[in-house]
Design a protein around this ligand. Sequence first.
Ligand code: ARG
Length: 280
Amino acid sequence: MTSPPRLLMCKPDFYGIEYEINPWMNRLVVADSTVAARQWEALHQTLVDLGVEIDLIDPVKGLPDLVFTANAGLVCRSLFIPSKFRHEARQGEEPCFTAWAKSRGWEIVSVPGDHYFEGAGDALFCGETLFAGYRFRSDAFGHQWIGERLGVEVLPLELADPRFYHLDTCFCPISATQAIWYPGAFDDYGRDVLKSRVGELIEVSTEEAEHFACNAVVVGRTIILNEKTPRLAASLRQLGFDTKPHDLSEFLKAGGGAKCLTLRLDGEEAAYWRFQTAES
Ligand code: ARG
C-alpha cells in the first residue's frame, strides 16, 4: 500500500488584497471573502475526495497571502528550505511557515545570506532536475545553492513577463517527462532549455495562461486546474489525465491559482525523489 499524497493548505480567513506586489493585484479590486471561502472549500473537498491528506497551517490576521502555501518553501524528502520573500509584505509569513515545518519534524535548511527564494512557487522538480525561475521574486544564487545542497541539477530560467512572476504561473510539470508551459513567459534561452530538457511540453495560449492555466495541481493522474482553460483540459484528457476545473476567481485577483494554494509535502508527481527511498 502506498501512502496517500499530502498537501499543505491554509484557510482564507484573513485573505484579501491589502497591497500590490504583482501586476494582478489592485487594492481597488476587492476579493469577496464569502466567495473566496467557498472556492477554497471546493478545492479542498476535491483534494480530499482524491484521497489527499491535508495539513492545515493556521491563518494569521495581517498575512493575507499566507493562503498561498506553495510559497512556504521547498520540500525535498526530510528537508524543508524556507522561503525568503522579496517583498516586505510577505516576510511576516516566514516564521509561520518555519514554525509549522519544525513542528512537523522537517529538518530546516536555510538559503544563506540575503538571497531571495520563494519556495515551490519558483522551484519545481521535473524528473531529476530542479527547474528554477528567477528575476521577479527568487534570485538565481539561492537556486544554485539549493542545487548543491540537494545534489541535484538546477536549470535556471529567467522569467521575462512580470505577469508570470513565479515559475508556477507559467510552467507545471505533470510527470517526470511532461509539463504544461506558456512560452511567452520565458526568453529565447529559457524556451530552448525547456524544449531540450522536457520530453513533452503542452503549450497554453496567452488567453489561457492569463487564466492561470499553468497553475495546476497534479494528484496521480488527475489535474485540478482553473476554470476557463478548456483547451488545456482537452489536451490533458487526450494524454490520459482526468481534469477537474475549479473557479478560483477570488484568488486570481491576488495573482494565484490552484497550485499556489497548495504545497506538496511528499513529493510532486513529477519529482524523481518521490519514488526513491531515502538511501537511493
Ligand atoms: N499575492 C501573492 C504574491 O504576489 C500571490 C502568490 C502566488 N503564489 C504562487 N506560488 N505563484 O506573492
